[in-house]
Design a protein around this ligand. Structure first.
Ligand code: PLP
Length: 397
């Protein structure tokens, strides 16, 4: 069975060119980049080139690129560094819809005695900028706001928010894990102090991330050990993955135009066809300001996890906005923050495309999903009660 992979916000396929670029560093070129001998030195040179490629992708200087193990580490390191740099400040400002890499870390900080404020969003997932402005205080050590939401794709006005923070002398971090590689980012034209990205969201392997740290920003290492990364992160470099990320960054830059045109068109077609064919469906999030590859669609009165399981039978991979935790299906914190009604939030599916997604794959989902929803609804007492005219016990394809 063919796999139709529409779960690229969870992780992406490693590009064949990336595999080719990293392979020699898993086999014959295994030297330690810190070694004095030229066998290691040649690897060090390649790491410098990768740093330049990542910097070029986000309009940064190579010395502002700090390689980490993942997006989560980058997020944690940025926030912890700001708190260490400003020991007198005890307030962290973030949003209600952050990824757990920020949200759970902030909850941990709250348990350590820090004050954490989460800025709310409206029904479209847009940040409440008035609330944000009012929450910037003299006690705020750092703001951490995501560039784009992983579940809905909604883009936050982080550049404007960063300017507001800077005018009050407050550090600003953005979790751009979902945004980098999908939309243009130019750090030379904004006032964001730190920014996180993750390799496995842009066709590099899992386990490699970057923290961008603007020149002049005081940085306190999260991992303390050797002198690697100019003393800003101890630990022998993950050489093959760093080289992979350099290659993936080059490809992302070259493919950005396609991501924003062909992929967006495929996403829009999928969305429009599903909405037209499936009654009781809606898109979650601001459709006018989203990542080009993401759509989050709710199907009323069906469980997201049941939809996923049935799509899985056809090889279709996506994600649901609810997670089965301790026996109860809770809609995601993102959809709850947006106030999506429970019967809708419960049946939400995130489809996230990539440059490898084809027209045929989108056609396949458009063909297979409507009968799946119809079948599941035929078994749903809530759907039958809410829509007596639609109640049917037979599966029609
Ligand atoms: N931030 C966002 C917005 C994400 O979507 C993810 C991963 O899904 C992360 C952070 C964590 O990245 P990593 O898996 O590299 O730790």
């Amino acid at each position: 069975m063919k796999t139709v992979y529409l779960d690229n916000n969870a992780t992406t396929r490693v590009a064949p060119e990336v595999v080719e670029a990293m392979l020699p560093y898993l086999t014959e070129l295994y030297g330690n980049p810190s070694s004095m001998h030229s066998f290691g030195g040649q690897v060090g040179k390649k790491i410098r080139e990768s740093r330049e490629a990542v910097a070029a992708l986000i309009g940064a200087h190579p010395d502002e690129i700090l390689f980490t193990s993942c997006g989560t580490e980058s997020d944690n390191a940025a926030i912890r560094s700001a708190l260490t740099a400003h020991p007198g400040k005890r307030h962290v400002l973030t949003s209600r819809v952050e990824h757990p890499a920020v949200k759970a870390f902030c909850a941990h900080l709250a348990s350590e005695g820090y004050r954490v404020t989460e800025v709310p969003v409206d029904g479209e997932g847009r940040l409440d900028m008035d609330f944000y402005r009012r929450s910037l205080t003299v006690d705020t050590a750092i703001v951490s706001l995501m560039w784009a939401n992983n579940e809905t794709g909604v883009i936050f006005p982080v550049e404007k928010a960063a300017e507001m923070a800077r005018s009050k002398g407050i550090l600003f971090h953005s979790d751009a894990v979902q945004a980098v590689g999908k939309i243009p980012i130019d750090m030379s034209r904004n006032s964001i102090d730190m920014l996180s990205l993750s390799g496995h969201k842009l066709h590099a392997p899992k386990g490699i991330g970057v923290l961008y740290v603007r020149r002049g920003t005081k940085f306190h290492p999260f991992l303390i050990g050797g002198h690697q990364e100019k003393g800003r992160r101890g630990g022998t470099e993950n050489t093959p993955s760093i080289i992979a990320l350099g290659k993936a960054s080059e490809l992302s830059l070259a493919n950005m135009e396609e991501e924003n045109t062909r992929v967006a068109r495929l996403r829009d077609r999928l969305e429009q066809e599903l909405l037209a064919r499936i009654p009781g469906s809606r898109v979650n999030g601001d459709r006018s300001n989203r990542l080009p590859n993401t759509t989050n669609i709710s199907f009323e009165f069906v469980e997201g996890e049941s939809i996923l399981l049935m799509m899985n039978e056809f090889g279709i991979c996506a994600s649901s906005g609810s997670a089965c935790t301790s026996g109860s299906l809770q809609p995601s914190h993102v959809l709850r923050a947006m106030g999506v009604p429970f019967t809708m939030a419960h049946g939400s599916i995130r489809f996230s495309l990539s440059i490898y997604t084809t027209d045929e794959e989108i056609d396949f989902v458009i063909e297979k999903l409507p009968p799946i929803i119809e079948l599941l609804r035929s078994m749903s007492p809530y759907w039958k009660t809410a829509n007596p005219a639609c109640a049917t016990d037979s599966y029609s394809s």
